[in-house]
Design a protein around this ligand. Structure first.
Ligand code: BES
Ligand code: ZN
Length: 455
């Protein structure tokens, strides 16, 4: 039997197995889901053993566990380190899901569940591919090391130290990550750049208690007013980030690079339609495509304070809170940018308020060299499987650990992702097309053959 036949025949069973993984609510951000993350890790370890991986081990961390396994019986072939994450983002607002986030369903030729695109559905493609090759050929064309983590969606706080401590164990010729998207449905895509990230949380305090807005309104400062006034000063009238120094180390794209970016098909009208938007917003002087991929941003992710319950309450809130994150591009440094934002906010804070800023997780941006033999080999496999040329794209999302891998392991990275553009990752109704899920494991098997050939 060929691996193609094996994958075809095992499709239904593999889908059932993926559903079992999708049912585990491994939300890394929430304390109440801690044991679900442990469960997902041990589920994966079992499944990796079944697929034929060896030395499979769950590594506990101070946060959520890591899972490692390998198959290293091809001394003359290159070694690929495959990375993915089994944790998912929170699911609220729950009422907007058309089916339960952790009760996977197939509708309209798509799988619907939290994590199906980001990233459980994608990491499972690799397990399927390894199993298919070992079952049909008895061996893999390359050596593989597989590392899955459970903290990607919270900034991978414990993976960096693990990589440094296990650098020899993780040594590889190539890192492969399937946690990115496709340029368009059915278009095989290699992502050649990711934005970095830094996160901050802000607490602004005025009085030592909430006050009656009738008895004190007009004189006692309102924390929500103070905070929103501050936050409004984070962008200027051209929608540029107004934090001094924010753009200092940003590399401007050359005219040729901008032309190349514009050449990749991107349907703005379709995106407006899908989001029911009448217009886009953002930085003047850049195309929508540029704004969402190669320009840095600063966004409010959450803003709260005062009374949020039913009905009205006449109160002057004493405190107000915000969550902020910035997407970063070469050569912005996450620590430095977070510090610049924090100092800017402190400088603008009015004398009647006190501001506390906590700097959270961070990760550096990443840009790849599109002209390497590894990219060529994998592109060949992808285009042969999907019957279309490969799109090479820089994307706006972040995978914080990629830069650490590159720095510590000194190996190139290939981001070959299979999430559709309308995957709704991080949002209600996350999905992936069955057709892509079917083809992608085949593409992965072929990629290992092409890689072995090119080495
Ligand atoms: N899979 C995404 C990243 C991604 C998606 C990159 C599509 C490129 C294209 C990843 O799981 C993710 O969402 N990462 C977070 C990281 C953050 C929480 C530290 C992100 O980008 O928000
Ligand atoms: Zn992801």
């Amino acid at each position: 039997m060929t691996f193609e036949q094996y994958l075809e025949e095992s499709q239904a069973r593999h889908l059932d197995e993926l559903f079992a993984l999708l049912r585990i609510p491994s939300i890394s951000a929430l304390e109440e889901n801690r044991s679900d993350c442990v469960h997902a890790a041990s589920w994966l370890a079992e499944r990796m053993k079944q697929a034929g991986l060896e030395h499979v081990q769950v590594y506990p961390t101070a946060g959520h566990p890591l899972v490692y396994g390998d198959w290293l019986h091809n001394p003359d072939a290159p070694t690929v380190l495959i990375y993915g994450h089994y944790d998912v983002q929170p699911v609220d607002p729950l009422h907007l899901w058309r089916s339960e986030p952790f009760e996977p369903q197939v509708r309209n030729e798509r799988i619907w569940a939290r994590g199906v695109s980001d990233d459980k559905g994608q990491l499972f493609l690799h397990i399927r591919a390894i199993e298919a090759l070992l079952q049909t050929e008895g061996k893999l064309p390359v050596n593989v090391k597989v590392l899955f983590e459970g903290e990607e969606e919270i900034g991978s706080p414990h993976l960096g130290p693990f990589i440094s401590e296990h650098a020899a164990q993780l040594a590889a010729d190539l890192l492969v990550v399937s946690d990115t998207g496709m340029a368009a449905t059915g278009v095989p895509t290699i992502c050649c750049g990711l934005r970095g990230i830094c996160a901050l949380e802000v607490r602004l305090t005025c009085a030592n208690t909430d006050c009656h807005s009738g008895l004190f309104g007009g004189a006692v400062p309102n924390a929500l007013h103070a905070l929103t006034a501050l936050l409004a000063k984070l962008h200027d009238e051209r929608n540029k980030v107004a934090v001094p120094g924010f753009y200092d180390s940003v590399k401007e794209l050359s005219a040729a690079q901008r032309k190349q970016l514009a050449a990749v098909a991107f349907d703005e009208t379709e995106l407006l339609r899908r989001l029911e938007l009448s217009a886009f917003a953002g930085e003047e002087g850049y195309t929508v495509k540029e704004r969402i991929s190669i320009r840095p941003t600063l966004e409010l992710n959450g803003l709260w304070g005062g009374f949020l319950g039913e009905g009205s309450k006449t109160v002057i809130p004493a405190q107000a809170f915000a969550k902020i994150s910035c997407r970063l591009v070469p050569d912005q440094d996450p620590q430095q940018i977070a510090q610049l934002v924090a100092s800017h906010l402190q400088r603008l804070c009015p004398p009647y308020a006190r501001l506390e800023v906590e700097i959270g997780h961070g990760g550096r941006p990443y840009v790849c060299d599109p002209d390497t033999p590894e990219v060529q080999a994998i592109s060949k496999a992808l285009s042969a499987t999907f019957g279309q040329p490969v799109a090479m794209e820089r994307m706006g999302g972040s995978i914080p650990i990629v830069d650490t891998f590159v720095t510590v392991l000194q190996a190139p990275v290939i981001l070959m992702g299979f999430a559709p553009p309308d995957a709704n990752a991080h949002a209600p109704n996350e999905s992936m097309e069955l057709s892509t899920w079917r083809l992608a494991s085949r593409a992965i098997c072929r990629a290992w053959y092409e890689l072995a050939k090119s080495a």
